[in-house]
Write a protein that binds this ligand. Structure first.
Ligand SMILES: Nc1nc2c(ncn2[C@@H]2O[C@H](COP(=O)(O)OP(=O)(O)OP(=O)(O)O)[C@@H](O)[C@H]2O)c(=O)[nH]1
Ligand SMILES: [Mg+2]
Length: 674
């Protein structure tokens, strides 16, 4: 009898033998081997193959009998097939990555053309592999149909979506899966993000608590909110995401321990974002409220995250404490929201603290200041969340917020309907191409042939390259410290030489530095716009029936927030001792260089994250837009479908082509055995 170790050694050897010979026998058969790469030639005759297969069977029998007699068992636990697939995908991604030009150069010089070809291929192949990977990651995608089923089936667009899901699955049109997923996601949760902004203690969290009808968020007179907090309808709980990637769940009571300045000073715990779920009457389905840390020099740690929310929200509410002077930061936030294409509302908070007369003066002042500085004038309304005065808040909500929510919802529904309609057109085109085994419908669809696979891949490579360039952005922005200081110093030295008011010169210097930073942002914006134009051209090259306006526009550059460093007032004085710009620059560097560098890092990071988020959105839309062409291309390359498949395919084509948009069709489909 074998001891335990011997038994497992013997079983291991036998498993190896079976694997070796199974593979060797499979490789003799052209139908079973790899369709692309052949390690062996197919020189075995059918009779030889048969014989070898029989011998292998015999060997298996002998092994099995031996194992039974010796009570040997394969004790290695089987691993999940899907997990193993995921692992194989990871290795495949690495192998593709290793085809980038920098690796190829290790084998000799690489000319420009070869380098472009390699980049294109890597981007293309990785997009596909990542799509498979995300399909596996989202619970193996089997729930897509279930998620669609939960949608309101009386709405025709959802009935059509369900039908499209069925057709895509039935005929293996995997190219359309990611579009289906994106549309389902939008349909399930028509997200609408409303974020509040403002200086520290402006009353942001208090306003959201009023909105939620309870003390959900911590408030207080000192800086409180240290981490952006997203609030949505749901079973009461919190979900914390840390910058390092981990997550933790908790109760609403624990919220303050993650987001408040007192319990998590300067966000030392490295919390990236907290999601709060709660039930509240005013919190409608799909609406996400975002509380942000106050902007301003006192709240540096959270400011970077706040800045990222600016371009991202659908509606931005800027709070300015009634009766306080408007700051450059307030104006910059309002401008950034409006420039970025978000809707903006401005409220003068804590109105209860002022008399009626003072309040009307404060309102007048705020309107004047804003209209002098903004091209579009948002509404400005005084509110209060104080229990004695909360009718102001209720009226504001009724007159300013609710009508907007209705409007956004209608707009979102329209976009969704249009996109589902476009997907229907694409699926029809592919089914037709497949049924007719050619492309007779292409001219009708306005599609050009051949499909420009090269350009499609080049578009992906361009997105990829931009992402890689962005990783260098932080360092690039930091390198601007010297240049930014020089701009400021020259201005100050000139003021001194010309005996101008140094205080005025100091704010001009600040503005010049900010301008310089804005230029970096604008350059990034410019590159993103160029990339978008390039992708648009690629899409248009594929056909005429393309809605390139679907490609999102880059909008809402992060705000440059550069409050004058705390010790800045002091540096007017030492400058009086010099009138050379060079010396001024040196002094400036000594006094504010370090804090300026810190702010530049913050800005660079905000800019990078903003651009990455845009790129993700751009690449998802691009891939969705060209899915139909890739589908068509694959149809021409793939052997045409067996005749047995044709009837159900033509039924599906007919059903989709004549989809009339009446809800009862859904019943028809459900009773269909297909
Ligand atoms: N009288 C009055 N006080 C208010 C009102 N809204 C907020 N406050 C008070 O103002 C202080 C700051 O309120 P918060 O809601 O914490 O302000 P915040 O903007 O969230 O502050 P940070 O999170 O630190 O940026 C608290 O003491 C609130 O009680 C209001 O409408 N009226
Ligand atoms: Mg707060």
């Amino acid at each position: 009898m074998f001891n335990g170790s011997q038994a497992s050694y013997v079983v291991g050897r036998l498993r190896h033998v079976e694997e070796l010979l199974t593979r060797a026998v499979d490789e003799l058969d052209p139908a079973k081997g790899s369709p692309l790469f052949h390690r062996t030639t197919y020189d075995a005759s059918p009779t030889q193959r048969r014989l070898l297969q029989d011998y292998l069977e015999q060997l298996r029998f002998v092994i099995q009998r031996f194992m039974q007699a010796q009570s040997l068992q394969d004790s290695s636990a089987p691993i999940s097939g899907l997990w193993s697939f995921q692992t194989a995908l990871s290795f495949a991604l690495i192998a593709i990555e290793e085809m980038r030009p920098q690796y190829l150069r290790g084998y000799g010089t690489l000319d420009e053309e070869a380098s472009i070809v390699a980049q294109r291929f890597v981007a293309d192949a990785q997009t596909l592999l990542k799509r498979v990977s995300s399909y596996l990651a989202t619970g193996t995608g089997g729930d897509l149909a279930a998620r669609i089923e939960q949608l309101d089936s009386t709405r025709d667009e959802f009935a059509l979506l369900a039908e499209l899901e069925r057709v895509v699955k039935a005929h293996g049109l995997v190219e359309f899966r990611s579009t289906l997923e994106e549309l389902t996601e939008r349909a399930v949760a028509p997200r609408l993000e409303i974020a509040v902004f403002g200086r520290v203690s402006a009353g942001k969290s208090s306003l959201l608590n009023w909105w939620l009808g309870g003390s959900v968020l911590p408030t207080g007179i000192t800086p409180v909110t240290a981490v952006p907090t997203r609030i949505a309808q749901g079973e009461p709980r919190i979900n914390v995401t840390f910058a390092a990637g981990q997550h933790t769940e908790g109760t609403l009571k624990e919220l303050a321990s993650f987001i408040s300045e007192a319990d998590n000073p300067s966000n030392r715990q490295g919390v990236l974002e907290v999601a709060v779920y709660t039930q509240a009457e005013r919190l409608r389905d799909g609406v996400v409220l975002v509380d942000t840390p106050g902007v301003g020099s006192l709240a540096r740690a959270g400011a970077i995250q706040t800045l990222q929310y600016l371009p991202r929200c659908d509606l931005g509410i800027l709070l300015i404490e009634a009766g306080t002077p408007m700051t450059l930061e307030d104006v910059a936030i309002a401008r950034s929201l409006l420039d970025g294409g978000s809707d903006a509302l401005i409220v003068l908070s804590k109105a209860d603290r002022l008399s009626a007369q003072e309040l009307s003066a404060a309102l007048e002042y705020a309107k004047q200041e804003l209209s002098a500085r903004l091209t579009v004038m948002p509404s400005v309304v005084p509110i209060s969340t104080h229990p004695d005065c909360s009718t102001l808040a209720s009226e504001w909500f009724r007159d300013n917020v609710e009508p907007r929510l209705d409007r956004y919802r209608e707009e979102a529904a329209q976009t969704l309907r249009r996109k589902i309609g476009a997907l229907r057109g694409s699926v029809i085109a592919v089914l037709e191409a497949r049924l007719t085994r050619g492309h007779p419908s292409l001219s009708r669809e306005g599609l050009k042939q051949p499909v420009q696979g090269d350009q499609i891949a080049e578009g992906r490579a361009a997105i990829d390259a931009m992402k890689r360039d962005l990783s260098l952005l932080g360092g690039e922005v930091r390198e601007h410290v010297g240049a930014v200081l020089k701009v400021g110093a020259e201005d100050l030295a000139r003021a001194w030489q010309e005996r101008q008011d140094l205080h005025g010169a100091s704010s001009r210097a600040q503005a010049a530095m900010e301008r310089r930073l804005e230029q970096i942002g604008e350059n990034v914006m410019q590159s993103l716009s160029e990339l978008r134009a390039k992708l648009e051209a690629v899409i248009q090259m594929q056909g005429e029936q393309v809605r390139s306006e679907d490609l999102p526009l880059p909008r809402g550059l992060p705000l440059v927030e550069m409050p004058w460093p705390a010790n800045a007032r002091a540096f007017g004085r030492p400058l009086i001792l010099t009138h050379s710009a060079k010396k001024a620059a040196k002094r400036l560097r000594q006094q504010v260089g370090a804090s300026l560098a810190q702010q530049l890092i913050v800005y660079g990071e905000a800019l990078r994250l903003w651009a990455l988020r845009y790129l993700d959105e751009l690449s998802a839309t691009y891939n969705a837009a060209i899915a139909r062409y890739e589908g068509l291309e694959r149809m021409t390359l793939r052997p045409s479908s067996p005749d047995s498949e044709t009837p159900s395919m033509s039924d599906d084509l007919c059903r989709l082509s004549t989809w009339s948009g009446t809800a009862p069709q859904k019943g028809d489909i459900q009773s269909d055995p297909a």
